[in-house]
Design a protein around this ligand. Structure first.
Ligand code: SF4
Ligand code: MSK
Length: 618
């Protein structure tokens, strides 16, 4: 890893390119007021900062109000991003058609959702059903009355608790607007009220927009099943046209993959002297596409510049979120073309081709051809690190429970049952389960915390499910190979052998944390134990984005303790620190446990899981 980073640093120096490592140095030391969350820029009487001499802003807002408002605005940003992703996919579903670019790949999932939402299905064309389901989904963003439909999937205890606490989310956009209104100058200054609204907003992401993103993507592009792939920069090919897909929304990249497999496109690439077209992904677009097609993963968040620095990428095409603006100037140092496709992510130095779901395949063909035409412009100085690892990915909820059913040979119905998983946990064959998610962050050594924590967990018979950039860190470290069972304790090793799974299961992209919610909910219902009491926790060791804070809030509000390796920016308020670690525990039975040392963090995680087992008497 470090060797590759050094090679790429040398490439950057030769090309005169700047990287995030250079900019990180220039940003050090970072602003303490920002880090502690006690700088307020909400009105133009400010900015106001809390200091030993000034305990209040000009309006009288104290550190708790300021840190709380900043924190909840972070959540609103994350919820907006995830949920808008879900909305975009709903629009694609709404224009799906039998002879169009987007067809229905998982009819059964669509029919189940139609039934759940009271949409008539008998004697109706499947596309008519799809359009009605999509419209109902879109209404979830702005409906004037009631709470979100997906909440009814939660356990009865959780639904009741959310009602009692008045944090059951209403329309998704309304929760985001409520945050912006509450935090406007002269509105809420009470930290606890802000934390409560933070949970409600987060819930509208996890049990709203993200869940819709996952479900509608499965309906359109297929529900993932286990599939083999490879991960790390070594997946780039020296003698092929390399195209990187990056971002989160799979709609355009599905078409890029389809276009790259068309025979005339392959012939065109060969006519230009290449062996073919190689698609590789970054961040969550990679996760979406690898889960359904086995497309290789070039890497995660902090590898996006590294991919370009290889000098071997003809074109990078991006959709939304987690895309460095630095890709504009960086691609100019090489022959790489940079294409943006969404109004949401406009970046100087890129060529903008606005995604259109009706003509997306033609657009994708044009983009792939642009990359092929650019192959001849590749310089002689290329450096593709030779590191890559095999991985098995594609563990949707459905795939996991079907596989685990085989462990106890219990009856397998059409969708499988959670019983075997419960039995493994109850008997102690598996001590617990952890969902490890989230980003990379230059504040810590890239991927180190993800990998160290995962290794320690599986050695202690704790099964790991992952999404996002954490999943890619695990894949690059070889932890998603079935052979990784050798790193496990005896119980988990046995489960891996019987179910023929790796000990670390790739569940998808950031929005797919909604899959983890459904998995834990299924276990809770089958076991008849509230989620907060289960030996199951969440962890985001290297998180960085607003989306991560939104996720952490819906995970906690759903009753799952969440272990963070990066401190939330509220340290300047003792009340906020207390609220997010202990306060929420009194309300929803879970909270944050924060430690920047990954070894101490995983130790406390294992202790937390064992304490829950003891409390359950198992
Ligand atoms: Fe300062 Fe209050 Fe305005 Fe914030 S809202 S900038 S604390 S005066
Ligand atoms: S891509 S949000 S860096 S996980 Fe989902 Fe990775 Fe974090 Fe983006």
């Amino acid at each position: 890893m470090e060797q590759n980073a050094q090679l790429l640093r040398e490439m950057a120096a030769k090309a005169g390119a700047e990287t995030w490592e250079d900019r990180k140095k220039n940003q050090t030391p970072q602003c303490k007021f920002g880090e502690d969350g006690i700088c307020c820029r909400i009105c133009s009487m400010g900015p106001c900062r809390i200091t030993p001499k000034a305990s209040k802003g000009i309006c009288g807002a104290d550190a708790h109000a300021i840190a709380g408002r900043n924190y909840v605005r972070f959540i609103a940003g994350g919820t907006a991003a995830h949920s808008d992703h879900g909305r975009e996919i709903a629009h694609v579903l709404h224009v799906s058609s039998r002879d169009g670019n987007y067809i229905i790949k998982d009819e059964q999932k669509l029919l189940r959702l139609a039934k759940e939402w009271g949409v008539a299905t008998e004697d109706r064309d499947i596309y008519e059903v799809a359009h009605e389901v999509a419209e109902i989904g879109l209404m979830e963003y702005g409906k004037p009355f009631g709470t979100l439909r997906y909440l009814e999937r939660a356990t009865e205890e959780r639904q009741k608790l959310w009602e009692e606490l008045d944090i059951a989310p209403r329309a998704i956009d309304r929760e985001i607007a409520t945050v912006m209104h509450m935090t406007h100058m002269g509105c809420t200054a009470d930290a606890e009220a802000l934390v409560m609204q933070g949970m409600r907003t987060g819930l509208s992401d996890g049990w709203g927009g993200s869940m819709m993103g996952t479900e509608f993507s499965d309906i359109l592009f297929g529900t993932p099943t286990p599939i083999e792939t490879e991960a790390d920069l070594g997946v780039l090919e020296k003698d092929m046209v390399n195209i990187i897909i990056h971002g989160h929304d799979p709609a355009m990249s599905e078409m890029i993959v389809a276009a790259s497999n068309q025979s005339d496109i392959i012939d065109y690439a060969k006519s230009k002297g290449a062996r073919g077209v190689n698609i590789a992904g970054l961040c969550c677009t990679a996760n979406e596409i690898t889960m359904r097609h086995g497309v290789k993963m070039a890497g995660n968040f902090l590898q996006q510049e590294g991919a370009i620095l290889t000098g071997a990428v003809e074109l990078i095409v991006v959709d939304v979120q987690c895309i460095f603006p630095s890709l504009g100037p960086l691609t100019k140092c090489f022959h790489t073309k940079f294409v943006t496709t969404s109004d949401i992510t406009r970046i100087p130095g890129s060529e903008f081709i606005k995604f259109d779901p009706i003509t997306a395949l033609d657009q994708a063909r044009d983009i792939v051809k642009m990359a092929i035409d650019n192959y001849q412009n590749r310089g002689s100085n290329i450096c593709i690190p030779q590191t890559k690892q095999k991985a098995v990915v594609g563990y949707s909820c459905e795939a996991i429970i079907k596989r685990l059913d085989t462990v106890t040979n219990s009856h397998v119905d059409e969708l499988g049952t959670y019983k075997p998983l419960v039995e493994c946990l109850e008997s102690g064959v598996l001590r617990g389960a952890v969902g490890i998610v989230g980003c990379n962050n230059p504040k810590v050594r890239t991927d180190y915390s993800h990998i160290e924590i995962i290794k320690e967990l599986i050695a202690n018979d704790i099964i790991v499910v992952t999404t996002g950039c954490s999943a890619q860190a695990a894949a690059k470290a070889g932890l998603m190979q079935k052979e990784a069972k050798e790193l496990c304790g005896a119980g988990l090793k046995r489960v891996c052998e019987l179910a023929d799974i790796p000990p670390v299961l790739h569940m998808g992209s950031c929005v797919d944390i909604s899959r983890i919610l459904m998995l834990v909910t299924g276990i809770s219902k089958a076991w008849n134990v509230d989620i907060a009491k289960l030996p199951i926790v969440g962890c985001a060791p290297e998180w960085m984005s607003e989306k991560a804070v939104s996720i952490a809030n819906y995970v906690v509000a759903s009753g799952i303790d969440t272990y963070l390796g990066i401190e939330p920016q509220v340290k300047g308020s003792a009340q906020m620190m207390e609220l997010i670690t202990e306060g929420t525990r009194k309300m929803v039975g879970a909270g944050f446990i924060i430690n920047t040392d990954p070894h101490k963090l995983v130790k406390s995680m294992i202790e937390g899981i064992e304490a829950k087992r003891t409390a359950l008497g198992i």
